[in-house]
Write a protein that binds this ligand. Structure first.
Ligand SMILES: [Mg+2]
Length: 220
């Protein structure tokens, strides 16, 4: 696919793309402080994303300090969910998001949201998200999280659209990288964590200021 408007389905990231970003560096710092306090060596988790830090540290604890593993896992997940829900209570979707979803639906495109955020937080921010998008897969809805491509494949399977006929839209390098793994057309947006260089070097075919720009395209 060489052109965004020929996409049969559009898969959107949530934080930084459809709504203002979470403070992920701060969340990571707090998870790592808890992980350090449990005596897990840094090399077990240093290059991992936040949820994967918790999974790797839990596995390490199961082997080295089994009595601490379950408590750590519960506390760490509670910590990230509390941060997400606290941020969600004062966050709203970007202004043009509902109009975009409406435009895409009227044009016959399928739409999905794939996010590492939890289901409760995204529905606090965007209570009518299920009316606007055909599929919404949050962290607690899936066994595999992006950058594992199976997160996106699960969404597209539900829409009966092959990845090669779909576009991925996101603010992060992991969105572009995961989309490219599946041979999707990738659109970076500048409303979140990634700048143009980051998004292009992660594989973006196109970089736009924000998702609202997509409303202006001719989807007919
Ligand atoms: Mg994002």
């Amino acid at each position: 696919m060489r052109d965004l408007v020929t996409a049969a389905a559009l898969v959107f990231d949530f934080d930084g793309t459809l709504a203002p970003n979470l403070d992920l560096p701060d969340m990571r710092r707090r998870v790592i402080a808890l992980t350090d306090a449990n005596g897990v060596p840094t090399q077990v988790f240093e290059r991992l994303h936040i949820v994967e830090v918790i999974e790797a540290a839990t596995e390490w604890l199961q082997e080295h300090d089994p009595s601490a593993a379950e408590t750590y896992h519960g506390k760490a997940h509670r910590l990230i969910t509390d941060i997400e829900l606290n941020a969600a209570s004062s966050t709203e979707p970007f202004p043009e998001v509902r109009a975009l979803a409406c435009t895409l639906r009227q044009s016959g495109r399928k739409t999905a949201v794939v996010t590492r955020n939890c289901s409760e937080a995204i529905r606090t921010i965007f209570p009518d998200i299920d009316d606007c998008f055909d599929s919404v897969l949050a962290r607690d809805d899936v066994p595999h999280l992006k950058p594992d491509p199976r997160h996106i494949v699960q969404a597209l399977d539900g829409l009966s659209v092959a990845p090669q006929l779909a576009a991925m839209i996101g603010d992060g390098g992991i969105d572009m990288h995961t989309g490219k793994t599946l041979d999707m057309y990738c659109v970076g947006v500048l409303t979140g964590s990634g700048d143009t260089d980051t998004l292009v070097s992660a594989g973006a075919d196109l970089v736009i200021a924000d998702v609202g720009r997509l409303v202006e395209l001719d989807w007919s």
